[in-house]
Design a protein around this ligand. Structure first.
Ligand code: GLU
Length: 417
């Protein structure tokens, strides 16, 4: 029998199955959710700079559109395969339903190594991929966005290609675009900002004052650096941060604005003068109130979870906690804000971007952050309520909230009989 823990698709199916069972829903709900409603595998022919033709494999998975058009990112990575894309689209269904966005889950990608492509080849690949899936996507059908190794420039080429095919500007096709062509203010910072809001809301529900807490952040990319800055702006003491080379520690709190400047200038945190060095693994075990893993997957494992001293772990990265570590942390009473909420700020501001595109009325950054905060807080409360009702981890509670909402939509649409 296949080991479900090794295959993301089987793992996602298991999570949905468990949620359907805990909620006491009919098996038809699971039968409809256990695979994508639609799944496309496409050939993506690209003329290389030397004139030769290379055909890449691309995918788009539309998991479930009961709540609205499907939504989710596109990744360009050598590990992209059918099962990974299907699983990621199922996780998007959970994220969107949990955040109460009027979307179902989608995901796509192309199996390729962007480091082996020139800028011109990357543009041709992006445009060819959109040509391959143009018939099945659209602002009211399926709305892509950036994910691993894709960015606003790639979104711009894609929306341009689709607009040319349609013969009309269709900015609502894709989110995560540059602000110059309908991108939302605050989209780039959205994931880090959402992570802090979700974590602060949980602290509030637990009676921990976030403004007086100590914080350690693993990862200093787009998510970690923004989260560190916002946590510090909110009065928390950020005592440690790290990048892939190692970390910085200062018990009185780091000056995050200075650290960001240093990192911009040196492209690493290493050597920053006003802090002690700390390893990535030691950072995870610091005596802090809040730990934010915002780098890689599988950082908290059966090996180190028992040594985690934080009271709250906020997952900015995808899957930083293994299932074994999850169980250990639950036993210890450490609360984990699961990735499906912790990094849902991105798709939430994507939704805001799409709303702005569809209404042609653009918001200030302050409006975006204020609304993001409200969405994160509401999702956290719904999840926390499920956690208390069923005595399960917040991660399982997130699935319960999402599956209940999707099942309700499927029921009233008449899909369950
Ligand atoms: N790729 C991001 C995610 O996994 C963003 C998706 C989106 O903005 O649609 O949540």
């Amino acid at each position: 029998m296949a080991d479900a823990s090794l295959n993301p698709y089987l793992r996602a199916q298991q999570s949905f199955k468990e949620a359907v069972e805990i909620l006491g829903l009919e098996t038809a709900v699971f039968d409809l959710l256990k695979q994508p409603m639609r799944f496309f595998e496409v050939a993506v022919p690209v003329v290389r700079d030397d004139g030769s033709l290379e055909v890449f494999t691309g995918y788009r998975s539309q998991h479930n559109d009961a709540l609205g058009p499907t939504k989710g990112g596109l990744r360009f990575h050598p590990n992209v395969d059918a099962d990974e894309v299907k699983a990621l689209s199922m996780w998007m269904t959970v994220k969107c339903a949990l955040l109460h966005l009027p979307y179902g889950g989608g995901k796509g990608g192309v199996r390729c190594d962007v480091d082996q492509l020139s800028e011109a080849e990357l543009e041709r690949l992006s445009r060819e991929y959109i040509r391959a899936i143009a018939l099945v996507i659209g602002p009211d059908k399926d709305i892509p966005a950036p994910d691993v190794s894709t960015n606003p420039q790639i979104m711009a080429w894609m929306v341009d290609e689709y607009s040319r095919i349609r013969g009309e500007n269709t900015f609502g096709l894709i989110t995560g675009k540059p602000v110059a062509i309908g991108g939302s203010r605050g989209r780039v910072e959205a994931t880090g900002r959402g992570l802090v809001h979700a974590t602060r809301q949980l602290a509030l529900e637990l009676g921990i004052e976030f403004a007086k807490s100590t914080v350690a952040v693993q990862g200093f990319g787009n998510v970690g650096s923004v989260a560190a800055q916002i946590a510090s702006d909110l009065g928390a003491r950020v005592v440690a941060v790290s990048d892939k080379d190692g970390g910085l520690y200062h018990p009185q709190g780091l000056n995050i604005a200075h650290v960001i400047e240093y990192q911009k200038a040196h492209r690493t945190l290493t050597g920053y003068p006003e802090a002690d060095a700390i390893s990535n693994s030691a950072l995870l075990e610091l005596a802090v109130d809040v730990l934010l893993p915002a780098a890689l997957e599988n950082q908290l494992t059966a090996d180190n979870a028992s040594r985690v001293q934080a009271r709250i772990v906020g997952e900015g990265a995808n899957g930083p906690t293994t299932p074994e570590a999850d169980a250990i942390l639950f036993e210890k009473g450490v609360m984990v804000v699961p990735d499906v909420l912790g990094n849902a700020g991105g798709v939430t501001v994507s939704y805001f971007e799409w709303v702005q595109n569809q209404s042609r009325f653009y918001w200030s950054e302050a409006e975006v952050s204020q609304r993001l905060e409200a969405y994160m807080a509401e999702a956290m409360s719904a999840m926390h309520e499920m956690h208390q009702r069923f005595g399960v981890t917040l991660r399982k509670a997130a699935y319960l909230v999402a599956v209940e909402r999707v099942a309700q939509a499927m029921r009233v649409r008449g899909w369950l009989k």
